[in-house]
Design a protein around this ligand. Structure first.
Ligand code: FEO
Length: 401
């Protein structure tokens, strides 16, 4: 028998856990899986909010039938068209052919583009309402949180915000569903990893959306398409999300190095030791070749200091470091203390690219910049120590750009 979970007497979680997919969007590792959350409201009319990935369509329909029996789903509300949420729409239409699909103008373009569906649809605009009998649902169009068609749905009676991807993250639901049922540390970290890698580029838009939600709605519960339902303390995740959207950070330093034979690694370790000796308690030290970039970006989104060091490869920066730099540039990284160093054996390249990166993300460099030829000598390592000390002082003073 499939299980559903009650949010309230008439609102149920009918989502699924995916522990089979290794890479979300074929990019982001899922060491603890992911949940696709779908919700059903059983009123005089029955409304389903979002579906699940196509692999789980039978499970979703079984869960729905377990709640409404032989009744039909009257409305399918699509907050987000990415296929991890829209993949089961066709199956639902087969099960409930009279169902009306509710979305905004862009949603319906995507619905036709992905699935060829043009019938049984109703277009809504921002602020429109849908009457289910004892309650009305209000729609808020929230483009780029995460795609252009994204929107949110607010149940005024229960004061539940069905938020699409917003406030959601990686990690499957291992028996628990609500924020008051589990230690939230893991989920907070995975929500930040989701946000920084997938939505972080659109931070200013997210911030404006949150400002609007805070001013217009009295939210008692947040039901995202991924991860926990926040019923005890929805404001906690709203404030954290808003902080990340504005690139507000905690005190700490992320040191990332790219090293083929250990010379650049030694420099990074001296910087990290100096950071520790100068009072930085949160230090992350990553080998860019071996730590998946999504975890590195997550840490960079958390802390106010970064130090990047790279060897040179074929007269250019080490390729995994280039991937990281590009990823940070397109996410418009800002407000960080930044230190850089490089190494080479017969011609430079790495440090030049790190300087270019510094200009693109408009962070001021904390001196000294260091460039080592062959193995770092005593003078190079002294400068690495000095760099660690200076970055520590700047981080503690929150002296970023
Ligand atoms: Fe969970 Fe943007 O899809």
């Amino acid at each position: 028998m499939y299980n559903s979970i009650k949010l309230t007497d008439n609102v149920h979680w009918v989502g699924v856990n995916d522990k089979e997919t290794d890479l979300f969007e074929s990019l982001w590792p899922l060491p603890e899986g992911i949940a696709y959350n779908s919700y059903i409201i059983e009123d005089e009319k029955v409304a389903l909010i979002d579906t699940v990935k196509i692999n789980y369509n039978d499970t979703l329909i079984s869960k729905i039938k377990g709640i409404i029996g032989d009744k039909s789903v009257d409305y399918l509300i699509i907050n987000h068209m990415e296929p991890d949420h829209s993949g089961s729409i066709k199956s639902l239409l087969e099960a409930y052919p009279e169902m009306t699909i509710i979305g905004n103008k862009k949603t319906l373009e995507f619905l036709e583009g992905f699935y060829g569906i043009t019938k049984n649809t109703r277009v809504i605009a921002d602020g429109d309402q849908l009457d289910l009998g004892s309650r009305k649902l209000t729609f808020y169009i929230t483009p780029m949180v995460h795609w252009p068609e994204t929107m949110m749905t607010f149940d005024e009676k229960e004061q539940i915000l069905f938020a699409g991807d917003a406030f959601g993250g990686f990690g499957s639901l291992n028996g628990y569903l609500f924020d008051d049922e589990v230690n939230i540390d893991f989920f907070e970290d995975e929500i930040r990893r989701y946000f920084s890698n997938i939505i972080g580029k659109f931070g200013p838009v997210v911030h404006k959306t949150i400002e609007r939600l805070k001013s217009e709605l009295d939210i008692k519960m947040i039901a995202s398409t991924h991860g926990l339902v926040w019923r005890e303390n929805p404001n906690y995740i709203i404030e954290e999300y808003d902080k990340w959207s504005q690139q507000q950070t905690d005190e700490g330093v992320v040191v990332v190095y790219g090293s083929m034979y250990g010379n650049t690694k030694i420099m990074a370790e001296v910087v990290a030791r100096s950071l520790s000796e100068h009072g930085i308690e949160d230090i992350k030290l990553y080998d860019v070749s071996r730590k998946d970039i999504s975890f590195i970006i997550n840490s960079i989104w958390k802390y106010n200091g970064i130090v990047l060091g790279s060897c040179t490869y074929n007269n250019e920066i080490f390729p995994p470091m280039e991937y990281l730099l590009k990823s940070l540039e397109i996410r418009n990284l800002k407000n960080r203390v930044l230190g850089i160093f490089g190494s080479y054996s017969w011609s430079g390249g790495a440090l030049d690219r790190l300087i270019e990166f510094k200009d693109l993300v408009t962070c001021n460099i904390t001196e000294p910049m260091i460039e080592s030829k062959f193995s770092p000598d005593h003078d190079n390592l002294e400068k690495c120590y000095e760099l660690g000390k200076n970055v520590a002082e700047a981080v503690k003073a929150n002296n970023n750009c």
